[in-house]
Ligand binder design. Structure first.
Ligand code: 8IG
Length: 269
């Protein structure tokens, strides 16, 4: 590894050891990264055995965006499934590069998690979507030209968003649709012309997260489930302007349904 880069996997191993120390659990099974709007959905998982600040672990920057938690919780779910839940995440647009973006999922994999569940709030490009609708991510298009991987790590992304896990979630809730998610660096939202370009490319959803985490976790052997919550119509779809407060409000309104879905699905992953 180039000396320009730190040691991301080593730092994740250190963070995972710290989680074991804090929770007195030698491993966790599944991790959940809760994006904006999803934090209150975590309530449906019951009472965590432990809660601590991400900044108690090595390698995590303090959270910067309103609506994001900066907390980690450990849960003992049904079927003795141990779940690690990160409330909030770091985004590429925060400007610190890919390492902090990928750190939570790398830490989770090093803590033993074989399954990573990524949630986010996003814009709806598909005009059939309604605000407040959850959509399972079936594939992605990366428009950031940035990767969390460094060096000749030619990881296969054919089944990045595990078909098996997608089928399992749809069995729980057959009304759920699947879509293609575009990763946009932000922090500015897209122009209407960019949204038309994305729709032409085959995209249904657009957001500023999830993709680097999915790639980094899959490169370490984890299977991925990703669910988006459509909290606004993408630019130009309705003629309305986009604002962050509306996104937070739409997330809060849907949190109950999301929480119940996650509580049913997590112990089965
Ligand atoms: I919430 O419309 C949310 N996040 N890029 N575009 C992009 N990210 C988003 C959007 C959106 N809404």
């Amino acid at each position: 590894m180039s000396k320009l880069h730190k040691d991301p996997i080593g730092t994740a191993e250190k963070a995972a050891k710290e989680i074991s120390k804090i929770t007195k659990k030698n491993k966790h099974d599944v991790a959940l990264i809760m994006g904006s709007g999803w934090v209150s959905a975590a309530e449906a998982l019951g009472t965590p055995t432990h809660e601590f600040a991400v900044t108690d672990l090595p390698g995590f920057p303090a959270p910067t965006v309103t609506g994001h938690g900066g907390k980690v919780r450990s849960y003992d779910l049904e079927n003795s499934v141990k779940a690690l839940v990160f409330l909030g995440r770091t985004h590429l647009y925060e400007g610190a590069g890919m390492e902090p973006v990928a750190h939570a999922v790398r830490t989770a994999v090093k803590a033993g998690c074989r399954t990573i569940v990524l949630t986010n709030a996003c814009g709806g490009i598909n005009t059939g979507y309604k605000v407040g609708q959850p959509v399972i991510i079936k594939d992605h298009i990366s428009l950031t030209a940035a990767s969390p991987l460094i060096g000749a790590d030619f990881v296969d992304l054919t089944d990045l968003y595990s078909k098996k896990l997608r089928e399992l979630v749809k069995a729980e809730d057959p009304s759920l649709e699947e879509g293609v998610y575009v990763h946009w660096r932000g922090p500015a939202y897209e122009t209407p012309a960019e949204i038309r370009m994305m729709r032409t490319m085959g995209a249904d959803l657009v957001g500023m997260s999830t993709v680097p985490e999915a790639i980094a976790a899959h490169a370490l052997g984890a299977q991925i489930l990703a669910i988006s919550l459509v909290t606004n119509a993408a630019a130009g779809v309705t003629g309305e302007k986009l604002n962050h407060a509306e996104v937070i409000a739409a997330g809060k309104a849907a949190a109950d349904r999301m929480g119940k879905l996650l509580a049913k699905v997590l112990p089965k992953l």
